[in-house]
Ligand binder design. Structure first.
Ligand SMILES: [Zn+2]
Length: 168
């Protein structure tokens, strides 16, 4: 079952101890992600294993969430499960990367790290640049929404400014 996760972690220490984290975090605590999703009452599932071996310290696992994304064509919400595979080599500040696993990302740890921000970063990296329904999957209202958008553009303050400049 899911445990309460610490808000702040020391990844280096967790790796030295061979610890793991298994639990959930609320999207409500993730302001950057919250701005991009239609429903922030969801949670992210976190499974992270910390280890130390001859190659160095590693943080590995998955971050998964079922998110309501906003379609950039019709502005309708749609559900997408996003999963981030985490494989990060943990370095102390100033520590050399040589000899570490070359297929992993690197994270230089200067002190305690916000677990929420770390999980939020992972989720943001998995989001599509332009979230959208599959081609042809938008609701009928999509056409009307696009019409409204172009009407708004015509009356934008920038075009007014352009007229103003021409008159100078
Ligand atoms: Zn759509």
């Amino acid at each position: 079952m899911s445990a309460v996760l610490p808000a702040v972690i020391d990844p280096i220490r967790l790796a030295e101890e061979g610890s793991s984290l298994n639990g959930e975090l609320s999207a409500k605590e993730m302001p950057r992600l919250r701005d991009l999703i239609a429903d922030s009452s969801v949670t992210a599932q976190i499974i992270l294993r910390f280890s130390r071996n001859a190659q160095g310290r590693m943080m590995e696992g998955t971050v998964t969430a079922r998110l309501q994304l906003v379609c950039q064509r019709c502005l309708g919400a749609f559900e997408q499960v996003v999963t981030s595979e985490v494989r990060v080599a943990l370095l102390r500040e100033g520590e050399s990367r040589s000899g570490l696993a070359v297929d992993a990302d690197f994270m230089e740890i200067a002190g305690p790290v916000s677990l929420t921000a770390l999980v939020e970063d992972e989720l943001l990296l998995t989001l599509p640049m332009m979230p959208a329904h599959p081609q042809g999957g938008c609701a009928q209202t999509a056409q009307r929404t696009e019409g409204d958008a172009s009407a708004a553009t015509a009356a934008s303050p920038f075009s007014v400014l352009a007229d103003f400049r021409r008159r100078q």
